[in-house]
Write a protein that binds this ligand. Structure first.
Ligand code: GLU
Length: 446
């Protein structure tokens, strides 16, 4: 059974980069008929916020990604403490007393000497007397995991064979001065406990993975498989970090008004050689998902591509897909006929409200030839109206005015809708109704 997880830290809003990681982990599990878990990495109590946890759930649900279980790291402290005790007993954790300033100083001097800024393990040389002195000064230790200086290798499903030497890495800090566990140990303990088979995450975690593999083994478990996705870049190939504010899922939804399936359609294909196809359902993406399609080159994320995809997705949505969103737009009366008529004219879903206003008014008509418009008004048939009304009426107007083609249709559209273009008038006309149509043809806003 394949089990993947998405493990956001609730310290901010999810952005397209996070969404891509979540989507790939989700598709991976769903394609295999496996499980997908949401793990909330909320051990950083200073920066984690309940509101962000709610936002994460909302954003995933908006994308259509469901999860089989949710785990919060803040609920799992006893498990982390037990693992820490076990690693201490095995001699794999050692106390360190350096202050952040001292560590920064070490790093600077290493860099000045063109040496990699790897922790020098000075703490291992501490005597009992040194330790007693630090404790007497009121210092409390943080704890590092003692990496074995041996090769660490794995076959990454996206990066291929990856190899690190233990001696090229800093021993990771896994317990803070105040005794609280840090990301590395929590993540490893949870991946073991939740029986995660494939860890899907960003390539910024590749070096962490090397340490995690040794930690997993030190806890008596077999490491999972790893999938490190390259981070997204902008069109110029630069990291997205500066633009992420406008690329949160919340802003794509609320400010840009984009369709979740436009976002999904793009993110499911970024970094693969496969074409981006507008999808209205996740199912086809689940079916054809193949992690082998994902490459290790940095994918370029272009927000304009989302904008181009959005109408294509909208134009394929059925009334049933959007019916639930109509009350939120203040349009409970929209029916399938109106949706189908207006759909090809939508750039974003909210445009629907504009077209509804064109039907129900008020619309400021545009009239160049008042006599023509008045003649057209006189030719309006009596109600009830349906989709045949338009052609019957137009025939009459044509016969009475002698106009045809564009010269006939354009002034009628401008008078009835105030706009040059829009949905088919045969659908709009019955919704406008006789009173409003007449008033507009006579130049009144209605
Ligand atoms: N909370 C970590 C992050 O957001 C999780 C990384 C992981 O998947 O292990 O980067």
């Amino acid at each position: 059974m394949i089990v993947t997880r998405f493990a956001p830290s609730p310290t901010g809003l999810l952005h397209v980069g996070n969404a891509r990681t979540a989507l790939v982990a989700w598709l991976f599990a769903r394609h295999a008929g496996g499980r997908f878990l949401l793990r909330v990495d909320d051990t950083d109590t200073e920066r984690s916020e309940e509101a962000y946890i709610a936002a994460i759930r909302r954003d995933l649900a908006w994308l259509g990604l469901d999860w089989d279980a949710e785990v919060r790291q803040s609920d799992r402290m006893p498990a982390y403490d037990a693992a820490i005790d076990r690693l201490k007993a095995a001699g794999r954790l050692y106390p360190c007393y350096e202050t952040p300033d001292e560590l920064a100083l070490k790093r600077r001097s290493q860099l000045q000497q063109n040496r990699p800024p790897i922790y020098d393990r000075a703490a291992l040389a501490m005597t009992e007397a040194d330790r007693a002195r630090f404790e007497a000064e009121g210092r409390r230790p943080h704890w590092r995991f003692l990496l074995a200086h041996a090769p660490i290798a794995w076959e990454d499903l996206v990066r291929g064979p990856v190899r690190f030497e233990g001696r090229d890495l800093s021993d990771p800090v896994i317990v803070r001065e105040d005794g609280r566990p840090l990301y590395h140990i929590c993540s490893v303990v949870d991946d073991i406990a939740l029986a995660i088979t494939h860890v899907v995450r960003g390539e910024d975690h590749v070096a962490n993975t090397a340490a995690h593999i040794q930690m997993t083994e030190a806890l008596g478990a077999a490491p999972p498989a790893f999938v490190h996705l390259p981070l997204l870049a902008d069109a110029a190939g630069k990291g997205l970090s500066k633009r992420l504010g406008s690329l949160t899922l919340e802003s794509l939804r609320e400010a840009a008004g984009l369709e979740p399936m436009a976002v999904v359609s793009l993110l499911a294909r970024l970094g693969t050689a496969d074409p981006v196809v507008p999808q209205t359902r996740l199912a086809p993406l689940v079916e054809c998902f193949d992690i082998e399609r994902f490459g290790r080159a940095t994918p370029k994320f272009d927000p304009d591509e989302l904008k181009r995809l959005n109408p294509q997705v909208l134009h394929h949505l059925d009334f049933a897909d959007i019916a639930g969103r109509l009350p939120g737009l203040g349009l409970p009366d929209v029916d399938p006929g109106f949706w189908e008529a207006v759909r090809p004219n939508l750039t974003v879903f909210a445009d629907l409200a504009d077209w509804w206003r064109v039907a129900k008014g008020p619309v400021a008509p545009q009239i160049a030839d008042a006599d023509f418009a008045a003649a057209a008004a006189d030719a309006l048939p009596s109600e009830p109206w349906d989709e045949e009304t338009w052609s019957r009426w137009v025939e009459t107007v044509k016969a009475r005015t002698g106009l045809k083609g564009k010269a006939l249709f354009r002034p009628l559209r401008l008078a009835l809708t105030g706009r040059e273009s829009g949905p088919e008038l045969k659908v709009l006309l019955p919704l406008i109704g006789r009173d409003r149509a007449r008033a507009r043809l006579l130049g009144e806003s209605a």
